[in-house]
Design a protein around this ligand. Structure first.
Ligand code: NAD
Ligand code: MG
Length: 410
């Protein structure tokens, strides 16, 4: 390709979306921003559009009266306005997008992730929920169209980088090997296991008996990362790591026994790969999502960028310790989903999204989230090889069950 790749940033008003725009600005010779989307926060979006000048700006929440007002503003010469998710899918699928930065939160990001891989684009994937819900579908579509899925999640980016140590010469020519039915970064025979690090979240050191009293503010006070509200609550319950276990299973083709989670409070080691000779390769950097976003854009190259650097003149202690399952009951659900497969990912994800919303609106306790998710997962009508419609049907069912659970409490 002798022109700069064209990039779409989906969810540009969010935490990852805003970081992605900073990265693109710092790499403006290397990439062309052609499309941006948001759902709400139109005022911020308009400011972003004025600053970054994409050829196409899309607000996906088409029924919002504010969206209609925004749409009515005249198109400038350099920027067209559109509304609705159909416009987004059309843009991603067309020739004006080569790389999709998927930074929408929740299952709402699935359709656009699927469109990106079905059309052979590079999917820079922050939206882990896409893989959790429909990992098999995404991978088989990527294989068919020769699309690339490059992880943006910091842990998976770390593993993706560490795995390359074992594959000299193979990185450029054969990075998404055909393996059975799916297209994925091959961990090879010599990678024994991966070790995902978790910060432990803001309640890591609370007495166990106090956890049920945690307020919304307590759960949102993350010690090392600044992120959107949903993922921050997921970090407090460690559901985020459960989702990441499932994400790693799909991205790297690893079974549950080869995935381990440790608490690493400093969030400097982003994850590790242990090889068969006992070597452990880790990726380290200050907690800053601009680095994995940039790597997903520039891979297999590395370039200078805005991400924070380690200060080697400062003393720093790195520590890790095992996860206490009593403190973080949500984590086991991720391993269960990897083992059972089928519809389990869609059900766990939907139950969690609905339960997090209930927590954030003051209806349930933080500690109820894992309990609700376990119960909904246990009672669902399992199917081993669901298609997209069946997955979405299970998603709806699970959300409905969570609401029923909540009503039964009132
Ligand atoms: P956020 O809440 O800050 O932003 C979400 C974005 O999605 C916003 O732009 C919003 O307009 C858009 N959006 C919300 N609902 C939508 C809908 N129904 N349709 C279309 N767009 C919609 O979230 P975030 O923290 O940036 O996280 C985004 C994704 O990245 C999540 O899947 C999260 O798990 C993942 N991720 C985030 C981080 C982080 O540091 N924030 C790290 C790793 C992975
Ligand atoms: Mg992560």
């Amino acid at each position: 390709m002798n022109r700069p790749p064209k990039v779409a940033v989906l969810g540009s008003t969010g935490s990852i979306g805003r970081s992605a725009l900073e990265v693109l600005q710092s790499q403006s010779d290397g990439f062309e921003l052609t499309c941006m989307s948001c759902h709400q926060q139109i005022e911020l979006f308009e400011k972003q559009c004025l600053e970054h000048r994409p050829a196409l700006a899309i607000v996906t929440d088409e029924f919002n009266p504010l969206t209609r007002q925004w749409l009515a503003a005249p198109d400038s010469k350099s920027m067209r306005r559109a509304a609705g998710s159909e416009a987004l899918i059309q843009s991603i699928s067309g020739p004006d997008v080569d790389i999709v930065i998927a930074a929408i939160v929740g299952v709402a990001g699935l359709e656009s992730s699927l469109a990106a891989v079905q059309n052979g684009k590079r999917l820079a994937l922050a939206n882990k929920e896409s893989l959790v819900v429909a990992g098999q579908l995404l991978l088989s579509s990527a294989k068919e169209s020769r699309a690339e899925i490059i992880p943006v999640d910091s842990e998976h980016c770390a593993i993706f980088q560490a795995l390359q140590c074992d594959r000299p010469g193979a990185i450029e020519s054969n990075r998404w090997e055909d393996q059975g039915t799916s297209s994925r970064a091959n961990p090879g025979q010599s990678a024994q296991r991966i070790i995902l690090t978790a910060s432990g979240g803001p309640l890591r050191d609370w007495p166990l008996e106090d956890l049920e009293k945690a307020t919304i503010q307590d759960a949102l006070a993350h010690p090392t990362w600044s992120m959107g509200r949903k993922i921050t609550v997921d970090s407090a319950t460690m559901m985020n790591k459960a989702l990441e276990v499932i994400e790693a299973h799909w991205l790297f083709g690893l079974e549950a026994e080869r995935i381990q989670v440790v608490i690493h409070p400093q969030s400097i080691i982003h994850s590790m790969v242990e090889f068969n000779d006992g070597s452990v390769i880790a990726q380290l950097s200050p907690p800053d999502m601009r680095l994995p976003i940039q790597y997903a854009l520039t891979y297999p190259k590395r370039t200078m960028g805005p991400a924070k650097r380690m200060d080697w003149n400062l003393s720093q202690t790195l520590s890790w310790y095992p996860v206490d399952p009593e403190r973080y009951p949500a984590l086991a659900l991720g391993f269960e989903v990897v083992q059972r497969g089928g519809t389990c990912g869609a059900v766990l994800n939907a139950a969690n999204e609905a339960a997090v919303e209930l927590f954030l609106s003051g209806h349930i306790r933080l500690t109820d989230i894992a309990k609700i998710c376990r119960s909904v997962l246990q009672h669902h009508n399992f199917a081993p090889t669901p298609n997209l419609n069946e997955l979405l049907e299970q998603d709806r069912w699970a959300r409905h069950e969570v609401m029923r659970w909540n009503r039964s409490l009132c």
